[in-house]
Design a protein. Structure first.
Length: 342
């Protein structure tokens, strides 16, 4: 995202239109809040917010055309506009309104889906982007990389006079995934837990929001390290938390499929990023990066043996009267053996 200094410079030059768009709602919200704060800093009036995917053009015209009592330009915010929700005629009218602003500054934000790591913008979105770019400032906000999310968490903890070490931040990222909203909430919770002193990895493990995928992947890393006992303890914890055996098995299958794909890619001299694109994964490739590190400890044949164990586990859970925990623990021990080639 543009720095605050850059946004302030644009505001000082009288930029009339700002358009921020991304696959991440958090980033759009953050950017809109930043520029709105700058634009309204010298005014006693709040910004006029027009919510919804397709605010009526008449509302925009009325809000933008109203003269401020304080002699400043009125700030109008459309925080979640979806260009595809407008007809071609209404979109033309929207673009025309933006090009004839005299007494207002308009801030727009959109969230688009990702398709093969690129924003899925249709023709109408592209028209609006082109118009806003011609009139003012546009920015596509890239999904933050894992190291950027870690810095975001560390900085948020600092704002609360709390230390979040790099290791604890990494553990939180692995456990909760890459949703910035969730990570912010988790940091706030852990800062309070630490008494606003230092957040430890142990606190993250004990109090962090449970992510089944993260816990299952940790279990698989224990199996890879020939620590079947530790893997069984982790399994018991998941079962105590009332995670369904079928869901645990599905997450394990998903993790081993990731290992298999990156191992196949490595055999063809393709890194995990290429595998990520070729198989149409969504979001960040951080998950496959971790899978590639784990897959390096296996041969392709060993991973195939592990997947056969999981296939049999899935069939047993759905057909046998044997206790689910026994079936799962047996499968974990078999996975440890299959991964070692015995």
């Amino acid at each position: 995202m543009a720095t605050e200094a850059k946004l302030r410079q644009l505001a000082d030059k009288g930029c009339p239109v700002y358009y921020f768009y991304s696959s991440e709602r958090y980033l759009v919200r953050q950017a809109i809040a930043a520029i709105t704060r700058i634009l309204t800093a010298d005014s006693d009036e709040d910004a006029t917010v027009l919510d919804g995917a397709a605010p009526e053009i008449e509302q925009l015209i009325m809000a933008a055309g109203t003269i401020s009592f304080f002699g400043t330009r009125r700030v109008v915010v459309l925080p979640e506009i979806d260009p595809a929700a407008y007809s071609d005629k209404d979109l033309e009218e929207l673009n025309s309104t933006l090009s004839s602003l005299e007494n207002a500054v308009v801030v727009l934000g959109s969230v688009f889906e990702l398709e093969r790591s690129k924003l899925k913008t249709g023709k109408r979105a592209q028209k609006l982007i082109a118009q806003c770019k011609a009139l003012g400032y546009t920015e596509e906000l890239a999904k933050p990389k894992p190291f950027e999310l870690k810095m975001m968490m560390i900085d948020r903890a600092k704002e609360q006079k709390t230390t979040l070490p790099d290791g604890a931040a990494a553990a939180l990222l692995e456990r909760c995934g890459e949703d910035p909203f969730l990570l912010e909430n988790e940091v706030d919770k852990l800062c309070a837990l630490s008494g606003y002193q230092t957040v430890t990895a142990a606190m993250v493990a004990e109090m962090g929001t449970v992510s089944l995928e993260a816990d299952v992947f940790e279990m698989i890393r224990m199996i890879t390290a020939k620590n079947a006992t530790g893997a069984c303890k982790k399994l018991q914890t998941l079962l105590r938390l009332q995670q369904e055996p079928i869901a645990i098995t599905a997450a394990m299958i998903g993790s081993y499929v990731d290992l298999y794909r990156v191992k196949l890619g490595a055999a063809k001299r393709k890194n995990y990023s290429t595998v990520f694109k070729d198989f149409g994964y969504k979001g960040s490739d951080y998950r496959l990066k971790r899978s590639a590190e784990t897959a390096s400890h296996y041969t392709l044949g060993q991973i195939e043996n592990c997947m056969q164990v999981l296939l049999e586990l899935d069939q047993s859970l759905k057909s046998q009267p044997t206790d689910d925990q026994i079936l799962l623990e047996t499968a974990l021990c078999r996975l440890a053996m299959a991964g070692s080639g015995r």
